[in-house]
Design a binder for this molecule. Structure first.
Ligand code: NDP
Length: 305
């Protein structure tokens, strides 16, 4: 049977619609959730991400404030900015786009964000609440992965979920969310021995590694659900052929743009799967949708709703 494609674009669109409806409801009570997006410097990728987040706010009816300190901003100046945003009543969520320039201490800064406005879910208070299984603002990408599984009717309880990657942003929090949903969870990383044997046992395999096509077909059990978080840009014909030989549609785009995106799972591994998230169009679209959902949630929680 052909594997099922888990369409992140469609799921994200449904969530965005639900968020817009909730924003309209809150509007009738005189509440407009607001997001502050802080973008330091002018890295092109960060600019694109922040622009999409601000556009999503406008589309869904949230207030947004884009704040762009200069690239040479100091940690002290950033802390002042965060303190101001923490105290502003029109701001429910504070997003600090990473990476920050080297002179800014990202750890100190992320801890300075008021936990109730921490819509990225990076504050240790929210990480701790997540670990303890208490209500928290969960990081957006992991929360999005859970939405994909739940809304696609993929069972999690009792399943063996293998997460490859242990970052604070993706690997660890998604493992916690899966555990709280009664999966049996194994977390793998760069020091894991016999990785392929472990991934082969997965009913649900989450790859958050940051290495193009790292999970190959022989590492995947027939019929498994594959969640590919990776976003890796490839630019050479050799790499393209390694992943997409014979894919004429993608070849045309590659020829025009000179690059394409591949996940952490080799596309051939999808053929072995029962279901999988494509790249692009899988996990990626959920991240912004969940940021919007978190901002509305923060707005409600702050008002005791
Ligand atoms: P990090 O670099 O922070 O973490 C990567 C993890 O992969 C680490 O835990 C590392 O192990 C592990 N790893 C690296 N090499 C190996 C290996 N050979 N075998 C097993 N494990 C390995 O990355 P992120 O978690 O931030 O991101 C992962 C990917 O997801 C990236 O491609 C990123 O672009 C993408 N991403 C996508 C998002 C989206 O919206 N779709 C959002 C966030 C990230 P160790 O800890 O031992 O070093």
């Amino acid at each position: 049977m052909a594997p099922r494609v888990l369409d992140g674009v469609a799921i994200a669109a449904t969530i965005r619609k639900e968020v817009a409806e909730e924003v309209a409801r809150l509007g009738r009570q005189g509440i407009r959730p607001g997001l502050a997006a802080v973008l330091v410097g002018n890295a092109p990728a960060s600019q694109i991400y922040v622009r999409s987040k601000v556009e999503a706010c406008a589309e869904l009816g949230l207030f947004s404030d884009l704040i762009a300190p200069p690239a040479e901003v100091t940690t002290a100046e950033m802390l002042d900015l965060v303190a101001t945003l923490n105290s502003r009543d029109d701001i429910d969520g504070i997003l600090i786009q990473l990476p920050l320039p080297p002179q800014v201490d990202a750890k100190i800064l992320l801890e300075a964000v008021a936990p109730e406005k921490d819509v990225d879910g990076f504050h240790p208070m929210n990480a701790g609440r997540l670990l303890a299984g208490r209500p928290a603002l969960a990081p957006c990408t992991p929360a999005g992965i859970i939405e994909i599984l739940e809304r696609s009717g993929i069972p999690v309880t009792g399943q063996h979920a293998v997460v490859v990657g242990r970052s604070d942003i993706v690997g660890k929090p998604v493992a916690m969310l899966l555990l709280h949903r009664n999966a049996t969870v194994t977390i793998c990383h760069s020091k894991t021995r016999s990785l392929g044997e472990i991934t082969h046992q997965a009913d649900i395999l989450v790859a958050a590694i940051g290495r193009a096509g790292f999970i190959t077909p022989e590492m995947v059990r027939l019929g498994a659900t594959l969640i590919d978080v990776g976003i890796n840009r490839i630019t050479t014909r050799e790499e393209f052929d390694r992943f997409f030989l014979g894919d004429t549609k993608r070849a045309a785009v590659f020829a025009k743009r000179g690059s394409t995106i591949v996940g952490d799972i080799h596309p051939q591994a999808f053929e072995v799967a029962g279901a999988y998230t494509p790249v692009p169009g899988g996990v990626g679209p959920l991240t912004i949708a969940m940021l919007m959902a978190n901002t509305v949630r923060a707005a409600k929680m702050r008002r005791g709703l």
